[in-house]
Design a protein around this ligand. Structure first.
Ligand code: BDR
Ligand code: CA
Length: 359
């Protein structure tokens, strides 16, 4: 068999042009690797101040490849959320990322918007220029379905708003469930709520959708209030962010400043980094400690609608009627459906955030 190159006592000598093609392919592969190794995510969002911070983190992290942004109503209306998402991808010069509108309201209840916390424009009243990017004409849940089928077992869903779009996608095409790599949601709490005593806002804003998502049967991580309320964006981090400049750096700084001042008005020393936590976990799962448990979403309680009820001990007592009373006859195991984040290395997370955003 003829060798394409000949080994001599000196350096390798090449005798065939295919070797050069081989070399070029190797080089191309080396440059292509970082992009293909990045985790493909779909960011589902209701932007939203902390949504904005989360998106800036995602767009500035080489570990992530944002394949699409789908917009859900929540902090603001669907229309305003779409406008905000388009303006942000434009600011980032990323018109290549499809931005699609999704559901226009929660599945079974009226929308509750949160300009009270996020400012009149949803972005902490920070103005950014109109978008150069165009909206993708596909319906958000359909886009999710298409992208999951196009890259089976490769897409991580990162929903950071009410779970309406994700529930829609699952209901429309349940075959996506085993094809999704994982779902990392910002939402829920196993230790009390932030809209009332029991519920976290994203779950409260569409409990039926959340229950569909939690019961779907895919690998699900819940980054809830246990993470966001521990990771406080304080003046120290804001000052670090203010030392550098650039369009995304300055925008993030201004939004974070609004969030911090709003939190200070309510007696906190920092802004809870809710949505960025889900993105940070996609980048580096070692930032959090998780516990596997079965989570159900309460959809009926007078005081608990929207609560994420986590079964910490993995079982339910089995009661059997004996005459006029029930007798506990054993404990039925319940299968975990969620990795609940129970702790976070807050400083490492916040340092990661600041270092990625700095211009
Ligand atoms: C969640 O509610 C929204 O207001 C935030 O954007 C975040 O997704 C926190 O409870
Ligand atoms: Ca949000």
């Amino acid at each position: 068999m003829k060798n394409n190159f000949v080994v001599t006592p000196g350096p390798v000598r090449f005798s065939h042009p295919t070797f050069f093609l081989f070399l070029i392919s190797l080089l191309l592969l080396a440059f292509a690797l970082p992009a293909s190794a990045a985790k493909k995510i779909i960011f589902d969002t209701d932007p939203g101040t902390d949504d904005a911070l989360a998106l800036m983190l995602a767009l500035n992290s080489p570990e992530l490849d944002v394949r699409a942004i789908t917009v859900v109503p929540g902090n603001v209306t669907a229309e305003m959320g779409l406008e905000n998402a388009l303006r942000m991808v434009s600011l980032a010069n990323r018109c290549d990322i499809p931005v699609a509108a999704g559901a226009q309201h929660p599945l079974f209840q009226k929308l509750i918007t949160a300009e009270f916390w996020h400012g009149k424009n949803g972005l902490g009243d920070v103005e950014i220029p109109p978008s150069k990017c165009k909206v993708d004409s596909r319906f958000g849940p359909d886009l999710i379905i298409q992208l999951v089928h196009a890259s089976p077992h490769e897409i991580t869903l990162v929903p950071v708003g009410p779970l309406t779009n994700i529930a829609f996608a699952v209901e429309k095409d349940p075959s996506i469930v085993p094809l999704v790599k994982e779902v990392i949601i910002m939402g829920g709490s196993i230790s009390g709520g932030n809209v009332n005593a029991s519920a976290e806002a994203n779950i409260y804003n569409d409990p039926e959708a959340a229950q569909i998502v939690f019961q779907a049967g895919w690998p699900l991580t819940m980054s809830g209030l246990e993470v966001g309320d521990k990771a406080l964006f304080t003046r120290k981090y804001l000052d670090q962010l203010g030392q550098t400049h650039g369009p995304m750096n300055d925008f993030t700084h201004a939004v974070a400043k609004y969030m911090l001042e709003r939190s200070e008005q309510f007696g906190s020393s920092g802004a809870s980094m809710y949505d960025p936590s889900a993105v940070a976990i996609a980048i580096d799962p070692t930032l959090v400690k998780t516990q596997a448990m079965h989570v159900d979403v309460e959809t009926r309680g007078d005081f608990t609608r929207g609560e994420t009820v986590g079964n910490r001990h993995g079982g339910v007592e089995h009661n059997v009627l004996h005459g006029d009373r029930y007798v506990i006859e054993g404990v039925n195991p319940v299968k975990p459906n969620t990795n609940v984040c129970v702790d976070v290395d807050a400083d490492r997370f916040l340092q990661l955030f600041v270092s990625r955003i700095r211009g």
